[in-house]
Design a protein around this ligand. Structure first.
Ligand code: PEP
Ligand code: MG
Length: 544
């Protein structure tokens, strides 16, 4: 049998299926005469629950980092929430009931309230309030949470998993998990990603229990879940898994390490992507963020202009999957070699120097504003920044900022939440380099597109194979430009990065560091190689 699900993390797992049975929490309503003592019992259970959460926080901090560990701090705060405490203690006193019953009922009531809210984030918190109530009940009943996972490592099947259940799973016993419920924005999904195990949610498996003990395959790349696969499928996936593991082994060693030179100079290493599907690779590569999301691929994949909703869905997904790490989305860079029929662009003599990127966007304002709206709406779900391609003048940046102001005013009026994003531009034309001192006053960051900058500076069509041997990104003119942009950006407080292919050129890593670049954005598979290079450099020593 093969089922479809929503992947929250890529990878292949093959193993025995084990159904995660929550302990049946029988909470009986019991009449209490000494309600003050019962309220006291609730308070001490609350204290004990907070102690447990502190331990869980510490554990998560080490295993999955601060951003993801924060959920346990949030749970602790929820346990101190006066509305919650009052609701439980009032119920104990007024209805003369036991603390377990009051906590369970309050948990259900609050969860119901959160689920009915419009704000998606708040809806997600329904699971959290149930989680804290269950924790208190466990303490009151003196029982431990969750399932003891014995024996061989298995693929866990569950209706849903609370964040605290997820982090308490013994990682050496869990190959993957598959849940019927859950959302990509839940902390459980976030934890799965950082646990680095394939995981699927939203798998429509009617009777979980019937799968117990059977053989299963989780394909976190394709969002597929097999129960009792046939021999051919099994051997195909075994091979795929072996290949995966070999790649992983090579990468593992440098994961979690800083991008820091021997003498302590640090730099951000972000990844370049073309679409949502690349995010799993980014996370697996241990990149600090996404430095370039080429949004035009969304347009190139479509038969017609992707709607605001389609774009919003894609940007939001990337932002959520990156779990708070920076995601820099570049607005549409269509034209030249990137053509889509439905744009109806005229054939040009010299397309690289023609009608492309921001030039089209500033002409077709409705289309551009649709993208800006989708971007601003997505900004609410993570740390998103926006970047504009092919800039040649301050006037263009000012025009863009006017459109941004219009979009924000619309969203305000419609009461759609968004965050104020960092605004950056690509420096990929010689003009932008030469006026980078002026441009720096207008934006928060620069990212140098060395691919186009090389073509425009050296007057060499990057598409023309005949000129390949002349296309030299190490040309002194390019290197001087890089330095100039870094200096001009820094003078005005902009951070400056490189997102063209040159960023991954390890023969220049030292040069970039010496020039003071703040960020390099490279293809995911290069992250660890560049990190390796950085960690071996000593800028204190004279360069040879
Ligand atoms: C560049 O020009 O260097 C760049 C990163 O953009 P693209 O390659 O998509 O033109
Ligand atoms: Mg470019």
């Amino acid at each position: 049998m093969v089922l479809e699900g929503k992947s929250v993390f890529g990878g292949i797992a093959i193993g025995k299926l084990s159904v995660y049975g929550k302990k049946d929490r029988q909470v009986k309503r019991i009449k209490i005469s000494d309600t003050e003592a019962e309220a006291e019992r609730f308070h001490s259970a609350r204290e004990k629950a907070k102690e447990q959460l502190t331990v869980l926080y510490e554990k998560a901090l080490k295993e999955v980092g601060e951003v993801n560990a924060m959920i346990f701090e949030v749970h602790k705060m929820m346990l101190d929430d006066l509305d919650y405490i009052e609701s439980v203690t009032n119920m104990i006193r007024s209805q003369e009931v036991n603390a377990e019953f009051a906590a369970a009922t309050t948990g259900d009531n609050f969860a119901g309230m959160f689920s009915a809210m419009e704000d998606e984030y708040m809806r997600e918190r329904a699971a959290d309030v149930r989680d804290i109530s269950n924790r208190i009940i466990s303490v009151l009943q003196g029982t431990a949470e969750g399932k003891e996972l014995g024996g061989e490592p298995s693929i866990l099947l569950a209706e849903d998993l609370a964040p605290s259940e997820t982090v308490q799973l013994d990682k050496s016993k869990v190959l993957s998990f598959v849940t019927k419920k859950g959302s990509a924005n839940s902390h459980t999904a976030i934890l799965a990603r950082t646990m680095n195990i394939p995981a699927l949610i939203g798998v429509d498996l009617e009777k979980l229990e019937e799968a117990e003990g059977k053989l299963g395959i989780v394909d976190g790349y394709e969002g597929k879940f097999y129960i009792e696969p046939d021999g051919e499928t099994l051997s195909r996936y075994k091979k795929r898994k072996e290949e995966d593991e070999q790649k992983k082994r090579l990468l593992q060693e440098l994961k979690g390490k800083e991008n820091v030179t021997l003498d302590g100079k640090k730099i951000e290493l972000y990844a370049n992507i073309g679409g949502v599907a690349d995010v799993a690779n980014v996370l697996a590569s241990d990149a600090g963020g996404i430095g370039l999301f080429r949004s035009e691929f969304l347009f190139l994949e479509s038969e017609d202009y992707p709607s605001e909703e389609t774009q919003f869905g894609a940007y939001k997904k990337v932002a959520e999957n990156m779990a708070g790490k920076k995601v820099i989305i570049r607005t549409l860079d269509i034209g030249a070699d990137k053509q889509a029929d439905y744009f109806g662009l005229e054939k040009e003599e010299n397309p690289a120097m023609g009608y492309r990127a921001i030039r089209i966007c500033l002409d077709r304002k409705d289309m551009f504003k649709t993208q800006l709206r989708a971007l601003y709406r997505a900004s609410y779900y993570g740390t998103v920044a926006v970047m504009f391609p092919m800039i040649i003048s301050v006037r263009e940046v000012k025009q863009i900022k006017e459109l941004i102001a219009e979009v924000k005013a619309e969203l305000d009026q419609e009461k759609i939440p968004y965050k104020d994003m960092e605004i950056g531009i690509m420096i990929e034309t010689p003009a932008a380099v030469m006026i980078s001192d002026l441009l720096a006053k207008e934006v928060d960051f620069f990212s140098i597109g060395t691919n186009d900058l090389t073509q425009y500076t050296l007057a060499i069509d990057r598409q023309n194979p005949k000129l390949d041997n002349l296309y030299d990104s190490h040309h002194e003119a390019i290197l001087r430009m890089l330095k100039m942009v870094a200096d001009n950006g820094h003078k005005e407080g902009c951070w400056v990065g490189v997102c063209g292919e040159l960023g991954a050129d390890t023969t220049l890593t030292e040069t970039f560091l010496r020039m003071g670049f703040d960020e390099l954005s490279v293809t995911p598979s290069m992250i660890l190689k560049v990190r390796d290079k950085i960690r071996k450099l000593d800028l204190g020593k004279c360069s040879g």
